[in-house]
Design a protein around this ligand. Structure first.
Ligand code: ATP
Ligand code: PRP
Length: 536
């Protein structure tokens, strides 16, 4: 039967339809009560318009060619069509225009429980005024909707894209380099950021800011005072003042939600100019609300009109409504085998005690003495899968695994355990003729293909699952690509290392949302591990 269905395109019926309609109606009713008028926009949009905003390919647009050969896209967002309506239908640019919508957005989304090619989104856009009071009004409406829908544990993260932009404007480097740095900041992979930025001719203090930026989120007081130390021009100062204003208003209103500051937000849709906010609800590992200020968007289609708005993914809200509980245990996935043994030693040296753990135990799940940290032992290849999907908040795994497949996780630290290298190896005293196709056996097809294609050597790859060293001995392959630590296995099998491909060590990785919602616990674990690193 499955052959008739497209992955990510869901049929919804029965009670599910009612649930989704109820959520949609709450969004529309709340918006209308607050003075917003409902709009409906076309399914098709002009690709030429969208491609200017989609700088990081975040929209994953579905393109269609019409009968005149024009490239169209299925509406991948709601804000741009609404900015077009406002510019064409509302002539007085001083007028405050408040519009709301409930519409299908044709864009991929992924949650630990589901994957969809499109989703129902409800939201609002308010045009005509730029002030912190309006920012609050819009944010408060989103919170109010989530409360009415039934969520109790709500976390609001606020940031200001103008802070980062202010910094990058003053940085005297080519724009494509700036864009590369921004992309790396978004991955939060400190190792990759350092590797790219360190050789650039940028002032030391600016490099330090770039390294600090991905970690510039968390408790408001701590982050705002850190951010102030990095201010180097009036744009950055103004951006922080704006954040202070909005935070003060929210704080005074006592909304009964957690409010955090995030200055590491990136402008991935390329139209935000100022405030950016995201709302997480319950144990949800993806934000349910995303919004912010895009003051210059309307001007692209007519006259300048500042704008602030948000969108709520109704499908996700529905999926997670039943899970509205906050779990304050931090779940750590460790690569079972060499890595977990070394990691558990590290934890022990840090004073973390897991009473039921012993190297010989066959148990796969251990709680620490305080019952706040849980370790799960999984196959090394599965660590990033557990973390990406939120089944674990953080994980410890070798960079060999992270390089072999792409995962949507943050790589936070190099732990300098599980150290080894990946290399090619061949039978002792033989020469490999790289002018003809070489037979390579390995457990690591992606790393192997990339390595040989960079060298310009054509290969035939044989994927094995272990005991790779046998390859050349039994004439299954000419060479192997495998992990070498002491070199003992190669030696005992009459092989020699030929060329090193990369250094390997274990990394601390983190689920993208857990970094926000369990920021304190993740920070504590990082702090403990960092301190130990300094001592060693
Ligand atoms: N000598 C080594 N051989 C293999 N991996 C090592 C070595 N030293 C460190 N590592 C790291 O440990 C990880 C693999 O650990 P281990 O070999 O215990 O698990 P595994 O390969 O999944 O186990 P198995 O092959 O028994 O299924 C690698 O991903 C790598 O990062
Ligand atoms: O340089 P060394 O210190 O000898 O370590 C390297 C060996 O260890 C690993 O094998 P593992 O024991 O994980 O078995 P596998 O071959 O089944 O993967 C790796 O694949 C090498 O074979």
């Amino acid at each position: 039967m499955d052959k008739y269905f497209i992955k990510g395109s869901e049929y919804i019926f029965g009670e599910k339809i009612n649930e989704i309609n109820n959520i949609g109606n709450i969004i529309l009713d709340k918006a209308k009560d607050a003075g917003y008028k409902q709009v409906s926009t076309p399914y098709f949009e002009d690709y030429e318009v969208y491609k200017n905003y989609d700088k990081l390919d975040k929209l994953n647009m579905t393109k269609i060619i019409d009968k005149d050969g024009k490239i169209l896209v299925l509406r991948p967002d709601a804000t741009i069509p609404i900015a077009k309506i406002v510019s064409s239908k509302f002539e007085d640019e001083k007028e405050i225009v408040k519009l709301c919508y409930l519409t299908t957005i044709f864009r991929e989304y992924k949650s630990p429980k589901s994957y969809g090619r499109d989703f129902l989104q409800g939201g609002v856009e308010l045009f005509g005024k730029d002030s912190s009071e309006i920012d609050y009004e819009v944010i408060n409406l989103a919170i109010d909707m989530l409360k009415e829908i039934g969520f109790n544990n709500i976390q609001l993260d606020i940031g200001n894209i103008a802070f980062q932009e202010g910094f990058f404007q003053s940085l005297n480097i080519e724009s494509h380099i700036k864009e590369n740095i921004k992309k790396l900041i978004e991955t939060k992979n400190i190792n990759d950021i350092r590797e790219y930025v360190e050789p650039l001719s940028i002032k030391r203090e600016d490099k330090d800011f770039i390294y600090a930026l991905p970690k510039l989120f968390g408790e408001y007081d701590e982050i705002i005072s850190k951010a102030k130390e990095y201010c180097k021009n009036s744009n950055m100062t103004r951006a922080l003042e704006r954040i202070e204003n909005i935070y003060e208003i929210i704080n005074n209103k006592k909304l009964d939600i957690k409010v955090k500051l995030d200055l590491s937000f990136t402008n991935n849709l390329n139209y935000y100019t100022d405030l950016i906010f995201k709302v997480y609800a319950g144990s949800l590992h993806v934000p349910v609300v995303s919004g912010g200020r895009c003051n210059n968007l309307a001007e692209d289609f007519g006259k300048y009109r500042p704008c602030c708005g948000f969108g709520i993914n109704v499908n996700l809200v529905d999926e997670y409504l039943e899970d509205d509980k906050y779990d304050d245990v931090i779940h750590i996935a460790l690569a079972k085998g060499r890595v977990h043994k070394q990691a558990m030693k590290r934890f022990e040296e840090c004073g973390l005690i897991f009473p039921e753990y012993s190297e010989k135990s066959r148990k796969l799940l251990f709680l620490d003495k305080s019952k706040k940290i849980e370790v799960i032992l999984v196959k090394s290849q599965d660590v990033p899968i557990y973390v990406e999907n939120g089944a674990a908040d953080i994980g410890i795994v070798g960079n060999d695994i992270l390089l072999e497949e792409q995962y949507k996780v943050y790589e936070l630290m190099n732990l300098n355990i599980g150290i080894c290298r990946m290399a090619t190896a061949k039978i002792r005293n033989t020469e490999i003729d790289y002018n003809k196709k070489v037979l390579v056996a390995t457990k690591y097809p992606t790393i192997t293909k990339n390595f040989f294609s960079k060298k310009g050597v054509p290969i035939n790859l044989i994927k094995l699952n272990g005991s790779v060293e046998l390859g050349p001995i039994v004439k299954l392959s000419d060479v192997i690509v495998d992990i070498v630590e002491t070199g003992g296995t190669l030696k005992e099998n009459n092989l020699v290392e030929d060329e090193k491909i990369l250094d390997i060590s274990s990394r601390l990785i983190c689920n993208k949302v857990a970094l926000k919602t369990k920021n304190k616990q993740v920070g504590n674990i990082m702090g403990i591990l960092e301190e130990l690193e300094l001592k060693n």
